[in-house]
Design a protein around this ligand. Structure first.
Ligand code: SIN
Ligand code: CO
Length: 395
C-alpha cells in the first residue's frame, strides 16, 4: 500500500497507529478491492458469513437485521439509506485475503477481519465509535466521512437500539473518499460515513481485548495450574483471640498466591500468545487428510511451487529464555529453538511463502524441515495454488 509521501512505515507506527487518523489518498489500486455488489449480496445469503442489514428509517430510528438473507430480503429494501455488511470475507475470498498483504506495516496478530459493506445512496451505519483500530478502504463509489474528537459515552447513544449509534455528533473533520482512498482511524475516534450514491467500503478491523477479557482468561488459566495445597495456620496464633485473621495468616495466604506464576513469568508469555491467536470458534483449522512427507515437500519446492498460509490461521511468536522461541497459532504454542526464528517469522508475517526462500531456509537451518512438515500436516500451511488476478470465491 502506498503510504503518503513523507510517512514511512516507522513514522506511521510511531505517530499515527493507535493515536491519530490518517487519510491516504489513492493508497490502493481500485482493482485490489475485487468484490461486486451482487457477489456481496450472494455471500450475505450464505450461512458461513456473518452479515447484517442496517436500515435508517429516521435520524433516531434504525433497524438492524441479521443474515443469512434471501433474495426476497433484498428485493423489498427501500430505495436509499440502507447498508449491507458482511464480516470475515478474507477467510474465504483469496482476493480479500491478498488485500491483507497491503497492511504489512502494522502488528499482524491484531488483525481481526475484513468486513465489506455495500451502501445504497445516503446509506451508512450511523455515527459511532469503535473500540479498535480500523482502515476504511473505499471501493467503488464515494462516501463522506465525518470525524469527531469529542469523548462520547453511553449517555450519548440512541436508547433502545441493538447497535451503538450516537444520538448527536459534532463534526471536527470531514472528507469525501473515492475508490482507492484509505482512511485510518485509531480506537475511540467517533466517525460517521454516509454514501454519496451507492458505494462499497472495505474495513480492516483489529482486535483489542479488554482488561476484563484478558483477566478472565488468565485467571481461568491460573486455576488450571493450581495445586491442592491448603492454607495452613501461622505461628502467631493467640489463644485469647482465636477469631482473628492474624498477620501471619495473611502472610501464609499471600505466599500461596505468590507461588502462582505472575505476569512477568514465561507461563504468562505463553498464555498471552495462545490467547491472542485464539480464532473465532468457526475458524478452527483441521489437520489435513492430504499427508505430507519430506519427499513430497522437497519435490514441491524444487518445482518452484510456493506454500500459503491457511486463511483462518492466526499467528504470532515471542522470544523465550534459554535460546528458545514460542510460535503461536490458533491458540496453541510450539516451543522451538532460537534458530527456527527465520522460518517462524516468515510464516507468521507473510501469507504466501515463496519456494525459493523456503528451500534456502531448509538448507541453512536443520529443524526447518520438520517444522514445515508439521505445519503442513496440521493444515496451517497449504500447497499454494498459482496466484490469479481476480478475487473470486474459491472454496
Ligand atoms: C461501513 O462500512 O459502513 C461501516 C464501517 C465503520 O463505520 O466502521
Ligand atoms: Co466504525
Amino acid at each position: 500500500m502506498a503510504l503518503p509521501d513523507g510517512i514511512s512505515r516507522e513514522t506511521f507506527l510511531r505517530e499515527y497507529w493507535q493515536q491519530r487518523p490518517l487519510l491516504m489518498r489513492q493508497a490502493l489500486p481500485p482493482a485490489s478491492l475485487p468484490l461486486e455488489a451482487d457477489e456481496l449480496a450472494g455471500l450475505a445469503c450464505e450461512e458461513a458469513f456473518e452479515s447484517r442489514l442496517i436500515i435508517e428509517r429516521g435520524p433516531q430510528d434504525w433497524e438492524l437485521r441479521h443474515g443469512p438473507f434471501t433474495t426476497d430480503d433484498f428485493a423489498t429494501l427501500p430505495e436509499a439509506q440502507w447498508t449491507l455488511l458482511v464480516q470475515d470475507v478474507d477467510k474465504y475470498l483469496p482476493g480479500a485475503a491478498r488485500l491483507l498483504e497491503a497492511f504489512d506495516f502494522v502488528p499482524t496478530w491484531r488483525i481481526d477481519d475484513i468486513m465489506v459493506s455495500y451502501a445504497s445512496d445516503r446509506g451508512g451505519v450511523g455515527p459511532h465509535s469503535d473500540a479498535y483500530d480500523v482502515f476504511l478502504m473505499q471501493g467503488p463509489g464515494r462516501r463522506r466521512w465525518r470525524l469527531s474528537f469529542h469523548d462520547y459515552d453511553d449517555k450519548d447513544l440512541i436508547p433502545g437500539l441493538e447497535q451503538r449509534i450516537l444520538s448527536h455528533f459534532e463534526t471536527d473533520q470531514e472528507w469525501v473518499l473515492e475508490a482507492g482512498d484509505v482512511l485510518y482511524l485509531p480506537p475511540g475516534v467517533a466517525h460517521w460515513g454516509v454514501a454519496e450514491g451507492p458505494c462499497m467500503t472495505y474495513s480492516l478491523g483489529f482486535r483489542a481485548p479488554s482488561q476484563q477479557e484478558l483477566a478472565a482468561d488468565w485467571f481461568q488459566h491460573l486455576v488450571s495450574l493450581t495445586s491442592l495445597e491448603r492454607l495452613g495456620d501461622p505461628r502467631d496464633l493467640a489463644s485469647d483471640r482465636l477469631a482473628e485473621l492474624t498477620v501471619g495468616l495473611h502472610r501464609n495466604a499471600a505466599a500461596l498466591m505468590a507461588a502462582l506464576p505472575g505476569p512477568e513469568s514465561e507461563e504468562f508469555r505463553i498464555w498471552l500468545g495462545c490467547y491472542l491467536t485464539e480464532p473465532k470458534p468457526q475458524f478452527q483449522i483441521l489437520p489435513t487428510d492430504d499427508s505430507w512427507d519430506s519427499q513430497r515437500l522437497e519435490n514441491w519446492l524444487a518445482q518452484g511451487s510456493d506454500l500459503v498460509r491457511h486463511p483462518f490461521a492466526r499467528l504470532a511468536w515471542s522470544p523465550l529464555s534459554g535460546n528458545r522461541i514460542a510460535m503461536f497459532c490458533q491458540g496453541e504454542e510450539r516451543l522451538l529453538p532460537e534458530r527456527a526464528r527465520p522460518l517462524v517469522r516468515l510464516v507468521s508475517e507473510r501469507r504466501r511463502l515463496p519456494a525459493a526462500e523456503l528451500a534456502g531456509l531448509m538448507r541453512s537451518v536443520p529443524d526447518v524441515h520438520a517444522l514445515l512438515l508439521d505445519l503442513l500436516n496440521d493444515g496451517i500451511l497449504e500447497a499454494g495454488a498459482k496466484e490469479c488476478c481476480n478475487g473470486k470465491l474459491n472454496r
